[in-house]
Design a protein around this ligand. Structure first.
Ligand SMILES: [Zn+2]
Length: 487
């Protein structure tokens, strides 16, 4: 009897008696609408997903996307993201965590996309009565006999309060986890995965602190910062992984799980690259071909001609924002327009046909044109805040309709986009507070910048000239003048 007990103890403590089960987590993030990439794109990721499914035993795979999925390309925007949802559903994604840009088309559209999604849409830190019942917080999955709780968290610090219509805000991760962790613990999962639309660091956020506070989280899948993070240990029990961007790879996390002792024995991960030579998924390609063809045709539609002179040395982002600022002044009658220009890799010089697709890349967000009427002191502080908070390589574009209005008046009408006014993703708290204060007369025209540009440019010849003093002149003429300028 004693001998038997001894043997049993030996069995249990020497690790001979393991109930090891394999588990594969497949992960993507920040697709940003890349359904139409010629060299990369979701069609090729799809093929990799299918290959992984064929390789592993059935019922051992969980497929998760960490967001910023439906915005970022012309073809995805034409269909307000429906095209990408078709892909997610075809590939049988288990979880989709909406990212900040998935809110770009507005809550109504996001609600439609979330309803279309056949897996579980999860964002535990989303506070939005309008989307109650459409987007969950966490979900329990069983794969290979292992109970896995998956929590979704979208980008914290977002808010729509200033835009008319249904409202939302997103909470800090800690506040959301405090609320849901008791339910999750009560469900006694074997493993916890946190799928977040956030990188390892954010404003007032570190994934290391999170892993220390919630050591029961086994795996964190990141996003948003567009970085390749093929896997690293970030706490005694926690692994961090991030699958890059733009459908350039498929994340694979291989786990060996001991079902008896209820713990991970081994974890490893990699980003399987999508190469230019990789094959696309034929069936999915067939499925979305009509949409891609329609978008392609629409994208070629020319709405104006632009001629850029003496601009070869100037960043095209700067030129585009000058055009946008002029449009905002024309649409609103404002005294000043304020925009931010990020550097781009291409040049705008000479005669350039302005197609719908080009316009999309001049303004790929669905921000609207708004105005504020601040006094001079508030305006000066707003500009100072922007100069301080904007990325080093970002240039501010401030265009006056006429003379400096503050020379003769204490208040002036200033045009901004809705993204800046809602705080620029947390960067401009002062501007947001000014916009929220009724004294400063916030008006949202509801005009999406791209639509404003379309109207401003339709049938026109646009002349953009770099001046020797560094100024950029933007003029509109009728297209009758075109022949004289475009040779
Ligand atoms: Zn993002």
């Amino acid at each position: 009897m004693l001998k038997k007990l001894w043997l049993l103890l030996l069995f249990c403590f020497t690790g001979i008696y393991l109930d090891a089960a394999p588990l594969t987590i497949l992960n993507t993030t920040d697709f940003h609408g890349h359904a139409d990439g010629n060299d990369r794109g979701i069609l090729k990721v799809a093929r990799l997903i299918e290959q992984q499914r064929q390789r592993g035993p059935a019922g051992t795979i969980l497929l998760i996307d960490c967001g910023d999925t439906i915005q970022g390309t012309f073809s995805s925007t034409v269909f307000q993201g429906r095209l990408m949802l078709k892909c997610l559903n075809y590939l049988d994604y288990d979880v989709w965590v909406p990212g900040n840009h998935d809110f770009d088309y507005g809550l109504k559209v996001l609600g439609q996309r979330l309803r279309e999604f056949r897996g579980a849409a999860l964002a535990a830190n989303l506070d939005c009565p309008y989307l109650t019942g459409v987007c969950g917080s966490w979900k329990l999955f069983t794969r290979n006999g292992i109970k896995i709780a998956v929590i979704g968290l979208t980008r914290p610090g977002m808010s729509s309060v200033l835009i008319p219509g249904p409202i939302f805000r997103t909470l800090a991760f800690d506040a959301a986890l405090k609320r849901i962790m008791p339910e999750i613990r009560a469900a006694r999962p074997d493993m916890i995965i946190l799928a977040q639309h956030q990188g390892r660091y954010g404003r007032d956020f570190s994934v290391y602190q999170l892993a220390a506070r919630y050591p029961e989280i086994d795996l964190i899948l990141g996003g948003h910062t567009h970085l390749d993070e093929p896997g690293r240990k970030i706490g005694p029990n926690t692994w961090y992984f991030q699958a890059g961007k733009h459908a350039r790879g498929l994340g694979r996390i291989e786990i060996e799980y001991d079902r008896k002792r209820r713990r991970i024995i081994k974890i490893s991960s990699e980003i399987i690259p999508v190469t230019a030579a990789a094959a696309a998924d034929e069936k999915l390609s067939e499925l979305i071909r009509p949409e891609l063809q329609r978008a392609e045709k629409l994208g070629r539609r020319e709405i104006a001609m632009a001629v850029f002179k003496n601009t070869a040395q100037l960043d095209s982002g700067l030129l585009e924002q000058h055009i946008i600022a002029r449009m905002m002044l024309a649409e609103t009658g404002a005294d000043i327009a304020v925009c931010a220009a990020y550097p781009t890799k291409y040049k705008l010089d000479g005669a350039v046909p302005v197609t719908l697709k080009r316009l999309y890349y001049w303004s790929r967000y669905n921000d609207t044109v708004c105005t504020l009427v601040p006094d001079k002191a508030a305006y000066v502080q707003v500009i100072a805040e922007q100069r301080k908070a904007l990325r080093k390589d970002c240039r501010m574009v401030i265009v006056y309709a006429g003379k400096d209005p503050f020379k003769t008046r204490d208040r002036a009408v200033i045009a901004f986009n809705s993204y800046a006014l809602t705080g620029g993703g947390g960067k401009f708290p002062f501007l947001r507070s000014i916009a929220a204060n009724r004294r400063h007369g916030l008006k949202n025209t509801g005009i999406i910048i791209r639509d404003g540009l379309k109207r401003y440019l339709a049938g026109k010849l646009l002349l953009v000239t770099g001046k020797p003093d560094g100024q950029i002149a933007v003029e509109r003429q009728s297209r009758a003048a075109e022949k004289a300028v475009v040779r």
